[in-house]
Design a protein around this ligand. Structure first.
Ligand code: ZN
Length: 133
């Protein structure tokens, strides 16, 4: 089973909790045991697991900005978003999680986030692929 949904973003860098959307897809799939791949088909966004706490979300943004500050990026001569591509590659553009008894296996403080790195964007596509196994 494969399902897509879209998220709109408001800031250049932004963390958006997509846990409920992904869990909805898992429930709807009726798959009891399997794997779920959450993938963003964009090279300027990422997928992470972290706690949904407002201070921590700001901390993430501060770290991301610092990681790419002070560089004279060559790509910026043509596109002005080298930072976005590099952070996207570092964070990764997908995660694979387990499903047991039609529920996502994750820790209490592991929410699933889309990380916008070159926003704002009207439509960031998220693909959720579920494999029964
Ligand atoms: Zn670019």
């Amino acid at each position: 089973m494969i399902k897509e949904f879209y998220v709109s973003t408001e800031d250049r860098y932004q963390l958006i909790d997509i846990t409920d959307r992904v869990e909805g897809v898992v429930r709807e799939s009726k798959v009891k045991n399997g794997l779920v791949l959450i993938f963003v088909p964009h090279s300027t966004a990422g997928i992470i697991l972290t706690e949904n706490e407002s201070g921590l979300k700001q901390d993430w943004l501060a770290v991301l900005e610092k990681l790419v500050s002070g560089f004279d990026f060559l790509h910026n001569k043509i596109d002005n978003n080298a930072d976005s591509h590099i952070l996207s590659g570092l964070l990764g553009q997908g995660k694979t999680l387990m499903i047991e008894n039609n529920r996502l296996i994750r820790g209490t403080w592991q929410q699933i986030f889309l990380v916008e790195l070159d926003g704002p964007r009207e439509q960031r596509k998220i693909i959720v692929k579920i494999v029964e196994c």
